[in-house]
Design a protein around this ligand. Structure first.
Ligand code: NAP
Ligand code: HSE
Length: 433
């Protein structure tokens, strides 16, 4: 009986989980694909490190092409991370007719189109389910489960680190720096957590989701990004007081043939399904014209959850091998990419403004909004402790275009009565879709 040989690039958090699942679930895998699976060679950086897996020492190598060029290896699983060098390894593997499974969102967001076309040209499979939302099978859901529908909106909590930090800030009033350290210690955060907290990790995942969900070649550069590092305790306190939960949300929205994709701290009504996704968990809310609202929830990171997605991709490759249909599943984008202009992107906005507490301040501020045709859903004016001459105004607008909102911000900053616009956040999900 033929054995399917796997070459593993990387034996860290995810790689270790992959080896364990292949070993522990061997009977189940064999039942599904009709042959045994073996991890033949593994690329690591440090061959002397203690490993928590059951592999012969000779299986480890520090030479990538020992794995990529091995003629007995059928499938390369890439879990080393990195971009430029890893891109070369995977292109070379595909040209050697090896199928590829990867968990690498950084690589797929930047070079996904090139890798997918190289895979197709070489009749190879390229699967990357683990690259978005770890253990949640969201990519397969978009391309298979919802393939008959037209998806118009996706909202995702797709970064566990920032969700963990915001949950602790919301619920336990914990300090940002302390919670970030806790997320690093628990292993969700990237080794350099800048990509997590500044929203880039989520932006990469949203680019991948938008590409598949909207069937257009959305690039990372098309995703506007704002992270969570400037969120203050006051922002959280005021949003809570107004009935909102602060989350880092990736939003991908399509109207007709035009799309918008962004990642930003967003206020969701407390009753919105995404508002109750806590700690390091991920969730993706998908709206399809026919199906309506759906939501997918689960662990977005971690050794075994992520490895589950990787090994399920391996099963898909092996099933294709049995049927002789490798390299045939990728579908080219149906639509030419068109991104919306700021005048076409509408959202509600939350603003917190410090103003001079004097006659006429309030009306000067409200007239800036009314001149642009933007009305208020909620408004609060409060004294500021220890500053008798100042007042805090908190506003939630009705829908406004990004273009109008940016003009309003410019005009507010020019008003003599405005001391500072302290913060602004998008508000989403009133009435959901
Ligand atoms: P990790 O724990 O840092 O492991 C990386 C592994 O790759 C290690 O075994 C390391 O070798 C090896 N390696 C790295 N650079 C190498 C090089 N230049 N040459 C040879 N070996 C090299 O990383 P991870 O958390 O498993 O993540 C792997 C990938 O999965 C990344 O793309 C990540 O974004 C993605 N991902 C991770 C998670 C998660 O929960 N961790 C979730 C979803 C996606 P040594 O062991 O010798 O150091
Ligand atoms: N650093 C990532 C997160 C890991 O926090 O979600 C999973 O991609």
């Amino acid at each position: 009986m033929k054995v399917i040989n796997v070459g593993l690039l990387g034996l860290g958090t995810v790689g270790t989980g992959v080896v364990k699942i292949i070993e522990d679930h061997q009977d189940q895998l064999m039942h599904q694909v009709g042959c045994p699976v073996s991890v033949k060679k593994v690329l690591v950086k440090d061959i002397h490190k203690d490993r928590d897996v059951n592999l012969p020492k000779e299986a480890l190598t520090t030479e990538p092409y020992d794995v990529i060029h091995d003629p007995e290896i059928d499938v390369i699983i890439e879990v080393i991370g990195g971009i430029e060098q890893t891109r070369v390894y995977l292109l070379d593997a595909l040209k050697e007719k090896k199928h590829v499974v990867t968990a690498n969102k950084d690589l797929m967001a930047l070079y996904g189109s090139e890798l997918i076309s190289t895979a197709t040209e070489n009749s190879c499979d390229l699967y990357y389910e683990a690259s978005v939302a770890g253990g949640i099978p969201i990519l397969r859901t978009l391309v298979e489960g919802l393939s008959s529908d037209r998806i118009t909106k996706m909202m995702g909590i797709v970064n566990g680190t920032t969700n963990f930090i915001l949950t602790k800030m919301n619920k336990e009033k914990a300090a940002y720096d302390e919670v970030l350290k806790e997320a690093q210690d628990l292993g969700f955060a990237e080794s350099d957590p800048t990509a997590d907290v500044e929203g880039l990790d989520a932006a990469r995942k949203m680019a991948i989701l938008a590409r598949l969900g909207f069937s257009m070649n959305v690039d990372l550069d098309d995703v506007s990004v704002k992270g969570i590092s400037s969120i203050s305790d006051e922002d959280i306190a005021f949003s809570t007081r107004l009935g909102y939960t602060m989350k880092l949300i990736g939003i991908a929205h399509r109207h007709g043939n035009k799309a918008e994709v962004s990642v930003q701290p967003t206020l969701l009504p407390d009753h919105h399904p995404l508002a109750s996704v806590n700690d390091e968990f991920n969730a993706v809310y998908v709206y399809g014209e026919a199906v309506g609202e759906t939501m997918f929830y689960g662990p977005g990171a971690g050794s075994l959850p992520t490895a589950t997605a990787v090994v399920s991709d391996l099963v898909a490759v092996m099933k294709n091998m049995r049927l002789g249909v490798n390299g045939k599943s990728a579908v080219a984008p149906q639509f030419e990419k068109k991104m919306k202009d700021p005048g076409e992107i509408y959202a509600q906005q939350f603003l917190r403004i410090h103003v001079r507490d004097q006659v006429g301040s309030f009306s000067k501020i409200t007239s800036v909004f009314s001149e642009r045709g933007v009305s208020f859903e909620k408004i609060l004016q409060l004294p500021i402790k220890d500053h008798d001459d100042l007042a805090e105004i908190v506003i939630v607008t009705h829908q406004a275009s990004e273009e109008d909102f940016s003009v309003i911000l410019g005009q507010l900053n020019d008003l003599e009565v405005v001391v500072q616009v302290k913060s602004t956040y998008r508000v989403e999900g009133n009435g959901y879709s």
